[in-house]
Design a protein around this ligand. Structure first.
Ligand code: HEC
Ligand code: HEC
Ligand code: HEC
Ligand code: HEC
Ligand code: HEC
Ligand code: HEC
Length: 285
């Protein structure tokens, strides 16, 4: 039993240390927001992507900050990542200013009709700018259901309660057929194991096509991804493709590990059981 308790502490400290590494990794990319570990990460920074492939060496214009939170209230992931061809990886699309001016990528909406025009350079090229004229997440999203992590918005509830109606395509005419199918992913590879994971297709297919995940991220079969584990997820694979940066972050363990907690076996003989209780008491002090 003692070794079980130590194992559990080991899991928690591993999660914490990887968390710290990850946090520093994020900040090493040169984001402008607060890097003080004692402070809570600003909700507006979650899912804000630094696009600097073509501006990094520019002496005349700042790199671009793309805020997911400002767009998610209006569009599903499909509208941009399937229909407009944005990669789900920073700087992987290779957007140029000429693309935008010819109405591609950001330019399909930032045309002065759907949203502010291309002439408004600073609102996009806002890296390091004190006041680019953009809105504040606390004011913009104040009427949406709250959550504890990431953008501090429960995006699933916001859709279900009809508070937002994100469009399935940039022109608003597309549709998405949500699939209501839960898949339980058992976490038995590891003992003692945390509660099993429930993967809900519905919350995902309200936002994206099957092709977003099948089969580039997941084989389309229950138990078909035996190489998946938490370390890979934290490093941005599998669920971590989205749940590290854009969807609710990995800090919210039990939103994924949501199945009933596994029973912990009690030792058979009573003396050992009493000893365990005493140990648990000492630890919880
Ligand atoms: C709707 C958002 C948006 C607006 C508005 C915008 N840009 Fe850009 N611009 C981008 C993005 C995204 C990139 C690609 C960033 C990267 O990869 O570094 C880019 C790239 C650039 C580049 C890099 C070189 C190149 O040709 O791609 C320059 C220079 C540039 N923009 C200038 C401007 C100027 C000047 C304005 C205002 C007249 C402007 N941009 C307005 C989004 C915008
Ligand atoms: C209005 C367009 C738009 C919408 C809507 C959108 N994205 Fe993105 N997303 C982008 C752009 C632009 C990038 C940056 C691509 C680049 O730099 O080449 C990006 C990047 C990403 C990345 C990589 C982020 C990183 O820093 O590692 C992920 C993950 C992602 N998006 C997931 C999503 C998910 C999930 C949704 C739906 C909830 C979504 N996106 C909705 C435009 C959009
Ligand atoms: C599918 C349409 C669409 C695409 C593509 C799109 N945007 Fe937007 N964007 C909008 C709309 C609509 C708003 C206004 C949201 C609002 O008023 O609440 C907006 C708002 C913004 C804002 C202001 C957010 C704020 O805080 O006020 C920025 C910055 C921005 N977009 C940058 C970009 C960049 C950079 C790209 C490309 C990498 C891009 N957008 C691609 C539709 C789009
Ligand atoms: C966000 C990612 C994601 C999207 C989008 C998605 N799936 Fe899945 N799907 C999964 C995961 C994760 C599993 C479970 C894999 C495992 O157990 O290893 C799965 C499993 C499945 C299975 C196997 C179920 C079983 O019991 O064997 C089917 C069938 C399936 N998906 C169909 C679809 C269809 C159809 C769509 C589009 C309507 C879709 N999926 C969209 C992630 C996704
Ligand atoms: C392609 C992007 C993507 C991948 C991959 C992905 N998710 Fe999600 N997930 C989302 C988005 C977007 C939401 C909507 C909520 C949000 O953005 O916070 C969501 C929501 C959820 C929810 C909340 C459902 C609710 O009712 O509140 C759970 C649970 C979840 N995901 C689990 C998983 C698990 C487990 C995996 C891996 C097996 C996974 N997701 C992979 C994008 C993704
Ligand atoms: C986005 C969903 C999601 C979130 C959030 C999440 N996990 Fe996981 N976790 C998974 C999945 C999926 C697996 C892999 C299950 C399998 O295939 O064995 C897993 C596996 C694990 C395992 C088993 C060991 C391993 O590496 O497979 C541990 C321990 C674990 N998670 C701990 C945590 C902790 C602690 C947190 C919170 C800091 C957390 N998880 C948050 C989805 C999630």
């Amino acid at each position: 039993m003692r070794s079980k308790i130590f194992k559990r502490l080991a899991i928690l400290s591993t999660a914490f240390v990887t968390g710290l590494f990850f946090y520093q990794g994020v900040n090493a990319q040169g984001n402008t927001w607060e890097t003080d570990l004692k402070k809570v990460k600003a909700p507006g920074s979650h899912g804000t992507v630094l696009m600097d492939k073509n501006t990094r060496s520019s002496k005349t214009i700042e790199p671009v900050l793309f805020p997911h939170w400002a767009h998610r209230a209006k569009y599903t992931c499909k509208a941009c990542h399937t229909d407009l061809g944005f990669a789900m990886k920073p700087n992987a699309t290779g957007v140029t200013q000429a693309d935008i001016e010819s109405g591609k990528y950001c330019g399909s909406c930032h045309n002065g009709t759907t949203s502010f025009p291309v002439s408004n350079c600073k609102r996009c090229h806002s890296y390091g700018a004190q006041n680019a004229g953009n809105s504040n997440i606390d004011d913009s999203l104040k009427d949406l259901p709250k959550d504890h992590f990431g953008n501090k918005v429960d995006w699933v509830k916001a859709v279900r309660e009809g508070k937002i109606k994100p469009a399935a395509s940039p022109d608003g005419k597309g549709t998405l057929d949500a699939l209501d199918m839960d898949v339980v992913i058992p976490v038995t590879k590891f003992t003692p194991h945390p509660p099993d994971v429930l993967f809900p297709h519905k919350a995902h297919t309200e936002q994206m096509n099957c092709e977003t995940c099948h089969t580039s991220i997941f084989k389309q079969q229950k138990g078909g991804n035996p190489e998946m584990n938490m370390i890979k997820i934290i490093s941005g694979q599998y669920c971590g493709t989205c749940h590290v940066k854009v969807a609710f972050p990995l800090d919210d363990c039990f939103r994924c590990h949501s199945q009933p907690a596994p029973k912990i076996e009690e030792p058979k003989d009573e003396k050992a059981a009493d000893k365990t209780k005493a140990e648990v008491k000492t630890i919880s002090k």
